[in-house]
Ligand binder design. Structure first.
Ligand code: PLP
Length: 412
């Protein structure tokens, strides 16, 4: 009885939702508005809106300096940046990628008729397991695309070693890892090239945007041509290319946000620590921690829910949170190998991806960023703690709700 009345405080069982407005994962961080508005005014005054304008060049210079790489090529988004980098590297045939990533990583290959070969991950870091990578190599393999998921870096040394020994191109999808480091060196300088995303949901955004960074002069030259239709001069095209350019307003947003980068990281870190203190010792929860000796952007707060111990599943906890207006996300569910066209091409891929299959059913991302403060985090943690304290009972009541909402079979 006592348990029932406690559980009734949850919105899913009739209580008041904890928040009036939805709390999103990845609500954009926005730097100083006046600086941004001033830059937009400059752009309009100059009438130089795109095509390698001064703000794009300044942003490229700032990023290259921050990362410590020779070249940064800003682009319209990370998906196009991945496609161009993959093409410029001459990848073809088969390329090894994790399935546990945003679908753009796989699509950037398949878009140009390269077969993504899905490889399992290290359950501790959620990034490519080098031993599995080695096992997936065939005579058709030309490259590896590692993903530094959540800003957790791949085992870069092991992947670079495999690429060197087996003559493969190595590219990193570093969409989540801007301003993170690996063994004290900034992400961006590893493999042949790395790709950042500055999408609105990323901790530094350019509205939409991305960049390729590399220390390879020839590769950088090729990528610059490819992202601008292959133009070398006004009327001269030397290469097959596409349109991957970043525009000036995006670059203005990027420059403005870079100026607040340390504040954004401080907010993310404060939220992460508060979540960690409240949730990491709960039974059935594994809280993804970051190596405190490395640089990290802390832009993702990631939980794994073990149903057997917690008494309720990740999906059930998500239902509880959504009813409270906490829009926690099942990133990256159900895994690339379970969506089209990959599901039809490789119906048995899951047999080789046991860790991926396990994780896609357990992982949840919680809201963070500058739009969320200590009060919101406290309230979200209270809901998670309450739901988990009564895990089996919450599970049972959710089942009853579901049964009540399932229409009875129509007989004849
Ligand atoms: C791991 C990963 N790769 C690639 C992308 C694609 O980035 P964009 O939206 O800038 O094209 C994303 C975007 O969320 C991502 O999470």
């Amino acid at each position: 009885m006592q348990e029932t009345s406690t559980m009734n405080r949850l919105a899913i069982f009739g209580g008041q939702p904890a928040f009036k407005e939805p709390l999103h994962v990845g609500r954009p961080n926005i730097g100083d508005r006046q600086s941004f508005e001033q830059r937009v005014t400059d752009i309009l005054d100059r009438r130089w809106l795109t095509n390698g304008g001064p703000y794009v060049r300044e942003l490229e210079k700032r990023i290259a300096e921050l990362i410590g790489v020779r070249h940064c090529i800003a682009m319209c988004n990370a998906t196009v940046a991945l496609e161009i980098a993959i093409r410029a590297l001459g990848m073809k045939g088969e390329v090894i990628v994790p399935s546990f990533t945003f679908v753009a990583t796989a699509h950037a290959l398949k878009w140009q008729e390269i077969t993504p070969v899905f490889c399992d991950i290290d359950p501790r870091t959620h990034t490519l397991d080098p031993a599995c990578v080695e096992r997936m190599i065939t005579p058709l393999t030309t490259g590896i695309v590692g993903v530094h998921l959540w800003g957790q870096t791949c085992n870069v040394d092991a992947l670079e070693d495999i690429a060197r020994r087996r003559g493969l191109k190595l590219l990193f999808d570093s969409a989540h890892a801007f301003a993170c480091s690996y063994k004290g060196r900034m992400v961006g300088g590893f493999g042949a090239a790395e790709v950042f995303s500055f999408h609105a949901t990323k901790f530094i955004n350019t509205l939409e945007g991305g960049a390729v960074v590399t220390n390879d002069d020839e590769l950088a030259r090729k990528i610059r041509l490819m992202k601008n239709f292959g133009f070398t001069y006004y009327d001269n095209v030397d290469y097959i290319g596409t349109n991957g350019k970043m525009n000036e307003v995006s670059a203005a947003m990027g420059l403005t946000n870079l100026e607040s980068m340390h504040d954004f990281i401080a907010s993310n870190r404060r939220n992460y620590q508060q979540y960690r203190n409240a949730l990491s010792s709960l039974p059935g929860i594994r809280f993804m921690t970051y190596d405190e000796t490395e640089k990290c952007n802390y832009q993702y707060v990631i939980l794994e829910i073990d149903e057997a111990t917690a008494g309720l599943s990740r999906d059930e906890l998500q239902k509880v949170l959504w009813a409270e207006n906490v829009l926690a996300r099942r990133y990256f569910y159900p895994g690339c190998h379970c969506v089209e066209p990959y599901r039809s091409y490789f119906p048995n891929a899951g047999l080789l991806l046991p860790e991926t299959e396990k994780l896609t059913g357990r992982v949840m991302a919680l809201p963070t960023g500058t739009a969320i403060g200590p009060d919101e985090v406290k309230r979200i943690c209270e809901i998670v703690v309450l739901a988990l304290a009564h895990g089996p009972a919450v599970h049972e009541r959710l089942q009853q709700l579901e049964d009540a909402n399932t229409p009875a079979p129509v007989g004849n």
